[in-house]
Ligand binder design. Structure first.
Ligand SMILES: Nc1ncnc2c1ncn2[C@@H]1O[C@H](COP(=O)(O)OP(=O)(O)OP(=O)(O)O)[C@@H](O)[C@H]1O
Length: 234
């Protein structure tokens, strides 16, 4: 579905992604894991053309290239970095209606309101929502977009256990609908439970976890662990 070739991103002199190659097909749920400040958000933003200077090729379905068919390419992907990208003066319902219209989606508003149980606050403005309520709305927008590729950046942020379970069911349903999903997360337990593949971002490249039966924590520690660990005794 999406093929990334030779993707290189630098911020001034800081190299973030280096000649990165990657692809994802429908029904895959790819977990993107790395320490803070490594480049997960940068990678997701670059996949949706949000970074002005970028080297490499991004192609959907082997023919639709970001560089020369930007609109067609972007119509396939839904990515909203965080709840900070919501409009404070619009209500929950207005966000849903706007997204439905922009994405020409046939998903029903009622279905989306039920998914994360947000009907009771559909008429509230975003500025009056709690952190978790904003996250419920953000995830509901993914649902109503009905896009083929869905990129989530820390989707579990601020979610209570019930909403975390609802999110897990939502992802499984999307995968069954042949959607391609990338989710960055620091929650290794959720990543292990939900993802069909796990990739670590390390030194500007993606390192694939070859054996999913390996403990994610062990692999994470191998790649990113603090040398020698912390010594609290001294
Ligand atoms: N607009 C920018 N200009 C300059 N440097 C930036 C910019 N955005 C991010 N960076 C730098 O790029 C690096 C990667 O940041 P990014 O937000 O992609 O990391 P992340 O892996 O998503 O982190 P976290 O897990 O903390 O969300 C960091 O060193 C950050 O300071």
């Amino acid at each position: 579905m999406l093929t990334v070739h030779n993707l290189t991103v630098n911020y001034k002199k800081q190299s973030i992604l280096t000649q990165l190659d990657f692809s994802i097909e429908g029904s895959e749920v790819v977990g993107l894991v790395a320490p803070n400040g490594t480049g997960k958000t940068t990678l997701l933003k670059s996949l949706v053309g949000l970074l002005p200077r970028l080297d490499g090729t991004l192609t959907i379905d082997e023919t639709i290239e970001l560089a020369n068919q930007r609109e067609k390419y972007l119509k396939q992907i839904f990515f909203l970095e965080s709840a900070q990208n919501l409009y404070p003066d619009l209500t929950v319902k207005q966000h849903l209606e706007m997204t439905k219209e922009l994405w020409h989606s046939t998903i029903l508003l009622s279905e989306t309101l039920a998914l994360f149980q947000i009907a009771s606050f559909q008429d509230m403005k975003v500025r009056n929502l709690s952190l978790g309520m904003k996250q419920q709305l953000l995830l509901s927008l993914y649902c109503i977009s009905d896009a083929h590729l869905l990129f989530f950046d820390e989707p579990l942020n601020g979610l209570d256990p019930t909403n975390t379970q609802l999110f897990n069911s939502f992802i499984k349903k999307l995968a069954k609908q042949n959607k391609a999903i990338i989710m960055s997360s620091h929650n290794l337990e959720s990543v292990a439970a939900l993802c069909t593949r796990v990739v670590f971002l390390h030194d500007g490249k993606l390192v694939e976890l070859s054996d999913t039966s390996d403990s994610l924590q062990e692999k994470y520690n191998d790649l990113f662990g603090v040398p020698g660990g912390f010594d609290y005794e001294n």
